[in-house]
Design a protein around this ligand. Sequence first.
Ligand code: ADP
Length: 563
Amino acid sequence: MWGSPLEVVLYLINVSSSDNLHNLTCEAENQAGPGEDVVQLDIEFPAKILNLSDAVQLHHWCFSFVVDGNPEANISWLYEGAELKETAFTYTQLIPDSSDGSKKHGCLSLDKPTHINNGRYTLLVDNKLGKDNATAIGKFMDNPFGLFDPEGIIPVINLDPIPTNKSVMDVTENLESRVFVVSVAVGLAVFACAFLLVTMLVINKCGHNSKFGIHRSSVLGTEDDLAMSLRFMNLGSSPPSSDEDSGLSSFVENPQYFCGIIKDKDMCVQHIKRADIVLKWELGEGAFGKVYLAECANLSPNSDKMLVAIKTLKDANESTRQDFQREAELLTVLQHQHIVRFYGVCTDGEPLAMVFEYMRHGDLNRFLRAHGPDARMLEECKMAALGELTVPQMLHIAAQIASGMVYLASLHFVHRDLATRNCLVGEGLVVKIGDFGMSRDIYSTDYYRVGGRTMLPIRWMPPESIMYRKFTTESDIWSFGVVLWEIFTYGKQPWYQLSNSEAIECITQGRELERPRTCPKQVYLLMRGCWQREPQQRTLIKDIHARLLALVKNPPVYLHILA
Ligand code: ADP
C-alpha cells in the first residue's frame, strides 16, 4: 500500500549541552518493514572552562585545560593580566582525537621555562553565546630571590598590557602588596579550581537518561583521582560466596584446580622443547612480552610441523614466573572449541614462552574494525576481503563467544576481562576467547595497580565491579553485553565519547550504551538483559547463548534490509 509522505515534527524541551552526545534515532515501520535514520543533536551553548590545572611537567611544562562550547570556544591567555602572545616556546596545544564530544582538551605548553615565567596564567574562552575565564599558577624554577621577585617582571612574555579585569589583573608596585595580591590570586585560583572540579562532578553528565536515578556524589576527577578512588574502593573486601554452587555467586575466586582433576580429567602442563620451535615473525605485543608466529615440530603425532603463536614473558622475576606457571596450569585445564587452544610451555632457557594455536586473523577488535564502514579510512582493508560484516555474521561471532562463556560459567570460572580485544579470530570466522590476563591477576592481589600501567577495564565493568571490586559470573555477563555492543558497532570503544572518570560516572548512575545502528531490536534487548543493575536479574549466559543460536538460525526478516 502506498501512502503520502508523513511529516512529523519532534520538539525537544529542557535540552542541555550533554544531549549533544546522544544520537536521535527515528524509527518507522510498516508492512514492508522498518526503517530508521539518525541525527546528531547540535545544541548551542556558551563557552565555558571545565578544568584548568596549575603547570605540571610532562614533556614540556603544561597548564592542562578542558573547555567546552558550541560554537567552538576561542581560546586566548593572559599572563599576569596582560595579553600573552604565543611563541614557539609558549603555545596552546590541543590534544588531537581526545574524542570527547564538543570538549577540547589541551595544554598551554612552555618549553624550558625558568623562574622569570613564574606567575598567574589566565585562560580566556569565548563564543557568540558567552565567555569564561580561569587562572592557574606556574611555578617553574625556584628563584633564589623568592617566588615573585619585584625585579623579575617576566621580560620574555609580558607583552601588550590590555585593559584589566579586576579579578585577575592588577600588578601592584611594591613587594608587600605583590605578595598579598599573589596570595589572594593563589587562594582564588585554588578556590576556582576546587569549585570547578566540584561543579564538574556535581553536573550530571549522564543527563536524564539515568535508569535508576541514583545521583552519587563522586570524587572522580582526573585519571589519577580515578586511580586513587579505585584503589580506595579495592580496600572493601568481598566476602566469599556461600551460594557459589547455585550460580548466584556474590564473589567467586577462581578455584585453584591446577595440574589437578577437573571434570574427571587429570591434567598437567605440557613442556615443549625450545629446539622444536622456529620463530617466524612478530604478531603483536602483549602486556607481558612479544607474541610471535612460529613453526613448532612434534606437537601432534599426525602432523610434522604446525603454525603456532608464542607468547613470551619478558623480565621474568620470581613472582612473574609463578604467575606464568599458574596461568599455564589454568590454560591446560580450559579446553573448549571456543577457548583458544593451549599447547604448553617452553621453559628450557629464556624467555619463558607459552605456545597457543595460531589464530590467523588476530584479535577480534582489530578484525571488527577492519570489516566495518571505517576500514578504508583506517587502512586496515588488507584483511577486508570479507567486506563489511553482515548481521548474521555478527550474530555468529557473538554466539561463539557466548558458547565459550557458557563453558567458563559451568566451571564457575570468572573471566573478568571479557572484551573483543581478548578474543581471537581464525579461519572461517571461527572465534575463540583468547586471553585470560586479568583472570590470572586474582592470584596476585597487588595486581590491580590502576594508577600504574595497568588499568581496570572499567568500560566493560558493571557498577558492582567498579564500586566494590566484585567480579562474578554475572559481571562477566555484563561484559558480554558490552562485547555484543562492540560487535555491532564494528569495534568501537564503549563510551568512546567519555573519559574514564566520566564513563564510571555514567555506568554507576545506570546509563546504558545506545543501540548501535546495525543492531536488530532482539539483539539490543539481549544487551539490555546483560545490563540489569541487579546481578541476579541479568539473563543467564546459557539463555543468551540459546537466543543467539536461534537468531543465527532464523535471523529476523528485516536483518537483510539493515545489512
Ligand atoms: P596480552 O594479553 O599479554 O596483552 P595478547 O594476548 O593481547 O597479549 O596478544 C597481543 C597480540 O598478539 C594480540 O592482539 C593478537 O594480535 C596477537 N595474538 C595473540 N595471541 C594470538 C594467537 N593465538 N594467534 C594469533 N595472534 C595472536
